[in-house]
Design a protein around this ligand. Structure first.
Ligand code: GLC
Length: 591
């Protein structure tokens, strides 16, 4: 640090998006980190393209001359359920399904496999695990949460960090626990809204799950977009400096979320000082990194940001790079895991398949219809039966996820998994089930539910009043995106699903319904019309894990980690007074 100029120090505090910066600019402006936003993929999105990109950024950052110090750049991605931006990756169930598995050992294994598939692409750092405790399923990021119960999140957080970071050696990546603090607790589940809790409740519900992760030595923490009692976390010195850095003695670095400081003030110059002085160390600035550098330089020269604060931030950033061994690693193209043959391998996919099996929750099984016999004549229907994009959900290939079977390469759709076990199975020609015929079909499996979404675009917003209220309470700007829908009632959200179930059930064929969703939904009518009903969440690329259980090769073991509502007004969580869900937290039938 003694050798570093102010420009080189401030450069280290910047992470920008790959589309906004060239390797030459990384050197010229001494940039500390680069990232891929969801779906931002180099070239043809092959593993080699990723390695080549990272190799170019690293080489530029290490080209020492009299104006530039060789400090290796660090690259981050949202590998939140496998390295799921990349077409051939192993895509794991999203966290809501892993929460139902109640299996910390499995979580560590998932993290280890994910670390290897991140390293295969030359990437060092993942913005995971998400430690949100989602308390209102209207939130579009419910599926990124393991549970409404902080206990489950606590049982996973340290293990997942261990799986990613291990001994900070060749098999390790840098973890980033997120989003600090209270992302899952906003009023009405409004994404980036206001979390209104007394401090002890905020700590009990939302901070405690971070403790095992801090114990495990997570090297980075990401700040949350939400506010706490009207104050944005990105400008909150109490939460960032006092609570996390001083009281909890976190000694890694804090990174902002995507342009997170922009929402602190209409005046970006002011916002920069607010974010830095609150205790953020590195700033994820998607495009306008040059104004950021200019403003921060200006603040330091005029004294509205102290050199001591700059040095604290840079020391933390360099300490993480040293602890991670980044200074000692060869260039990405020459690292052990780069372009490794295990990427998307059968061995990795078996771990994901086990996770799928353990994530499934059996909510209904009338007269023991399940397990099915493999020789039965099965009709498979429903819009999500043969759609890898839909079964993976958001943050897969693209930020908002994809549809169809052309992008998640190497995966198995739910239909394909059934076909492998039940040779007599047929796929309804248009998914509608109108071809159901009791003379030809003994039983139907109907795969229904949500289509992919991410963040605010996954919110269920019953009216604009929730936004107006959030916006009026927040001291700063609220980013509002187009929501997914306006009701938690599945039959209103996706009427085509109930129609398919009813079409088939009307012929007398018993229906096994499999729900693909990022959250519990009010599904009373679909449940009544089904002989059996399975909550499958967002299982990822290994859809055959569902057939493994439906046909009895494995038993159900999943237990709800979220309460299942009986009506849209019911927003109670386990432990609340007057708790009266349709299916309680912990519910799950077995054979
Ligand atoms: C997004 C998300 C955050 C993610 C980041 C980078 O807005 O809030 O979870 O890691 O930006 O994609």
């Amino acid at each position: 640090m003694g050798k570093m100029t102010l420009a080189q120090k401030i450069g280290q505090m910047v992470q920008t998006e790959r589309l906004s910066i060239t390797p030459e600019e990384v050197k010229r402006w001494h940039i500390g980190a680069v990232l891929s936003g969801g779906g931002s993929c180099p070239g043809d999105n092959t593993v080699q393209d990723w390695v080549d990109m990272n190799d170019a950024y690293w080489a530029a950052s290490m080209e020492e001359d009299d104006g530039h110090l060789a400090i290796p750049v660090i690259y981050g991605v949202d590998a939140v359920h496998g390295n799921s931006n990349v077409t051939q990756a192993t895509v794991f169930p999203h966290n809501i399904g892993l929460g139902a598995a109640r299996d910390p050992d499995l979580l560590e294994k998932v993290a280890q496999v994910t670390a290897r598939e991140i390293l295969a692409t030359g990437v060092d750092w993942t913005f995971a695990p998400t430690l949100a405790v989602a308390r209102n399923s209207h939130w579009g990021r419910t599926y990124e949460s393991y549970s409404e119960d902080p206990q489950i999140v606590s049982s996973y957080s340290g293990r997942f960090v261990d799986g990613l970071q291990g001994n900070l050696g060749t098999d390790s990546v840098v973890s980033c626990v997120k989003h600090w603090l209270g992302d899952g607790g906003t009023t009405d589940g409004v994404d980036q809204g206001d979390t209104r809790l007394a401090e002890e409740e905020l700590i009990r519900l939302h901070a405690e799950p971070y403790l095992p992760a801090l114990e495990a030595g997570t090297l980075t923490v990401m700040v949350s977009f939400n506010s706490w009692m009207g104050e944005k976390c990105h400008g909150n010195k109490y939460l960032l400096t006092y609570l996390l850095k001083e009281r909890l003695q976190f000694d890694g670095f804090i990174i902002s979320d995507w342009d997170g400081i922009d929402y602190l003030s209409e005046n970006y110059f002011e916002a920069v000082a607010m974010g830095v002085n609150a205790g953020i160390d590195m700033f994820m600035v998607s495009e306008h990194w040059q104004p950021f550098i200019n403003h921060l330089t200006h603040h330091v020269t005029r004294g509205t940001v102290s050199m001591q604060r700059i040095d604290d931030a840079v020391r933390r950033i360099l300490s993480v790079k040293v602890a991670f061994g980044l200074f000692d690693k060869p260039r990405p193209a020459e690292r052990y895991w780069s372009n490794h043959a295990s990427f998307g391998s059968q061995e990795h996919r078996e771990v994901a398949r086990e996770a799928v099996r353990k994530s499934l929750v059996l909510l209904k099984n009338e007269s023991g219809l399940l397990p099915l016999a493999k020789k039965q004549r099965v009709l498979v229907a429903g819009k999500n039966a043969h759609n890898l994009g839909h079964q993976c959900g958001g943050f897969t290939i693209a930020w908002q996820g994809t549809s169809g079977n052309d992008f998640v390469i190497g995966g198995t759709s739910i239909w394909e998994g059934i076909q492998q076990l039940a040779p007599e199975a047929v796929l309804s020609h248009d998914g509608s089930g109108r071809d159901a015929d009791p003379a030809q079909h003994d039983v139907a499996i109907v795969v229904i539910g949500e289509t992919p979404y991410a963040e605010g675009m996954g919110d269920i917003r019953t009216g604009d009043d929730v936004i107006v209220q959030a916006g009026s309470q927040i001291n700063g700007l609220l980013k509002v995106l187009e929501p997914y829908g306006n009701t938690m009632v599945l039959a209103d959200l996706h009427p085509e699903d109930l129609e398919t179930i009813n079409t088939i059930a009307a012929t007398g064929i018993p229906v096994v319904t499999v729900l693909i969703s990022g959250r519990p939904l009010v599904a009373n009518r679909e449940l009544d019309a089904s002989a059996a009903f399975v909550a499958a969440w967002l299982p990822g690329s290994e859809g055959q894990g569902i057939a493994d259980v439906l046909f009895g090769d494995e038993n159900f073991s999943g237990k709800l980690s979220f309460s299942w509502p009986e009506n849209p007004e019911n927003r109670k969580n386990v432990g609340d007074a007057d708790y009266d869900p349709l299916f309680p937290y912990g519910f799950g039938l077995t054979y």
